[in-house]
Structures are given as structure tokens and as C-alpha cells.
Design a protein around this ligand. Structure first.
Ligand code: 9UX
Length: 66
């Protein structure tokens, strides 16, 4: 398993947290959001999902991965 921490702009409430975690989950990765630091910890199997796909899934929800 690989781990990455993404900085994501635009998350302001608990529903945003849920939306981002759900979007990450749908790629097959596991995302955990820390709203205060705007960081999303991502754990994923490099053989199954790329970090680019995770970033795209978050951006598709309208948030910016910086
Ligand atoms: Mo909360 Mo986030 O009302 O895009 S869902 S701010």
C-alpha cells in the first residue's frame, strides 16, 4: 500500500468532507480528510489505483488539489 497526503482547497463543511472521502473511496483508495489543515490522507494500492485518478476524482467534485 502507498500513502499520499494531498492539500485540497474548497472544503469548508462536514458535507465537503463526506463528498471528498466518498469520491476517493469510489476510486478504490481510502481517503481521510482533516478539515482544519485541508489535508487528505490517501492510502491506496498502487497496482489498482493511481494517485492521479484520486486527484481527478476529488477535482470532479469541484475541489482543487493544490
Ligand atoms: Mo458544505 Mo462543501 O454546505 O462544498 S458541502 S460547504
Amino acid at each position: 500500500m502507498a500513502n499520499a497526503v494531498l492539500k485540497v482547497e474548497g472544503m469548508t463543511c462536514g458535507h465537503c468532507v463526506s463528498a471528498v472521502e466518498k469520491a476517493v473511496g469510489q476510486t478504490g483508495a481510502v481517503g481521510k480528510v482533516d478539515l482544519a489543515s485541508k489535508k487528505v490522507s490517501v492510502e491506496y494500492d498502487e497496482g489498482k489505483v493511481t494517485i492521479e485518478a484520486v486527484k481527478a476524482a476529488i477535482e470532479d467534485q469541484g475541489y482543487d488539489v493544490v
